[in-house]
Design a protein around this ligand. Structure first.
Ligand SMILES: Cc1cc2nc3c(=O)[nH]c(=O)nc-3n(C[C@H](O)[C@H](O)[C@H](O)COP(=O)(O)OP(=O)(O)OC[C@H]3O[C@@H](n4cnc5c(N)ncnc54)[C@H](O)[C@@H]3O)c2cc1C
Ligand code: FES
Length: 338
């Protein structure tokens, strides 16, 4: 095993030298910049300060002879052959990431319960989408105005985008997605978008509050913090109507596997067999934490839930700057198909 250290951030990770340094960096939750992941765009360029790397094939086209002479390498193509100390500016703000329009193919649509599907979108060819855990994309079909959906997987394999989509009653696009859209269909996406993303440099314990499919971006955040080996205490609250709406077992699996991750499902309309918390999800947080002063809170889901959380958490000591949210508004009108 070799140790790769980024002198700019001071962060390091291990690699067995069998995969490109960029892949290992992303798998360990470091937001190294990149674009094509094929050695063509030059966005993953870094300076080697100490140590050796090698390219599997010929020198990639995205680096110039002058850059090579200056000890620069393309991290998407090179593998470590010793411990390596390098310099690269990690992305820590959405302003660092370019918003792009990309084609995407529907790889699969999986029903998770009566009104939620998991959609995997594959970005074809050499392209991939760089984003921060928590951000969303606009999904674009020629017959509809763009629809916003949060990315539900951590930014490791960014040519595959996971979405959790809830069927909206009388909703034009979500009904189309549930009933007509087929695997292999071609769409476009625009992103990444939004300023809701996980702030990794903080050491504060974090409360993640999801309502319904607001669990999607919360999942991306938790997966990313697991990849990054973050040891912060993480409390996941997931509010849904009834047990059937808890459409994934994953949060309970995290809680079973990791000491620092805790999971509290909250049902607003539970069946009589339910033994857990009942009521609105923000009320359970208020009941469990007398004083929210020392916590960061990320809330994601229906606007009414996000607003209720913001208002009541502030009254219970939460510091405004420590509250981050994404409300699933639905402010679209004037579809082409009307
Ligand atoms: C930043 C952001 C991220 C989002 N992420 C997700 C996500 O990850 N998963 C997800 O399932 N949804 C998400 N949404 C909501 C999603 O964009 C809408 O549900 C979707 O656009 C509805 O499209 P539609 O064409 O089916 O409904 P429309 O035809 O546009 O609307 C039909 C009717 O339903 C109402 N309506 C529309 N959307 C909603 C809604 N969300 N809740 C209640 N009533 C609604 C409308 O007011 C209208 O009366 C997100 C929204 C935003 C702004
Ligand atoms: S990401 Fe494009 S050259 Fe490495």
């Amino acid at each position: 095993m070799f140790t790769i250290t980024n002198q700019v951030s001071g962060r390091s990770f291990e690699t067995d030298g069998n995969s490109p340094i960029l892949d290992d960096a992303l798998a360990h939750g470091l937001n190294f910049p990149y674009g094509c992941q094929k050695g063509a765009c030059g966005k993953c360029i870094a300076t080697i300060i100490e140590g050796e790397v090698s390219y599997e094939r010929e020198i990639p086209s995205g680096i110039t002879p002058e850059e090579i002479a200056d000890n620069m390498v393309l991290l998407c193509q090179c593998k470590a052959t010793t411990d390596v100390s390098l310099a690269v500016a990690e992305l820590d703000s959405v302003a660092d990431i370019e918003v792009r329009m990309l084609p995407c193919k529907v790889q699969s649509i999986n029903r998770l319960n009566h009104d939620v599907v998991q959609v995997f979108l594959k970005i074809p060819g050499d392209e991939s989408l760089q984003y921060l855990a928590g951000q969303y994309i606009d999904l674009i079909h020629p017959d509809f105005d763009p629809r916003a959906f949060s990315i539900a997987n951590a930014p490791v394999n960014s040519s595959l985008i996971e979405l959790h989509v809830r069927l909206v009653e009388d909703g034009k696009f979500t009904n189309f997605l549930f009933n007509e859209l087929k695997e292999k269909a071609l769409l476009r996406l625009e992103g990444p978008k939004g300023t809701f993303y996980f702030k990794e440099d903080s050491k504060k314990p974090v409360i993640l509050v999801a309502g319904g499919t607001g669990f999607g971006p919360i999942k991306a955040i938790v997966e990313h913090s697991i990849d990054s080996n973050l040891e912060r205490q993480i409390y996941v609250y997931w509010g849904v109507r009834d047990e059937v709406d808890l459409y994934m077992d994953l949060p309970q699996q995290w809680a079973d596997e990791y000491d620092n991750i805790h999971f509290v499902p909250v049902l607003s309309e539970p069946n009589e067999k339910w033994q857990g918390k009942a009521g609105y999800v923000h009320e359970s947080v208020l009941a469990d934490f007398d004083d929210l002063t020392g916590y960061e809170v990320y809330a994601c889901g229906p606007p009414i839930m996000v607003k209720a959380a913001a208002d009541t958490f502030l009254d219970q000591g939460m510091i405004k700057d420590n509250f981050f949210s994404d409300a699933f508004e639905f402010a679209f009108s004037g579809d082409n198909n009307e």
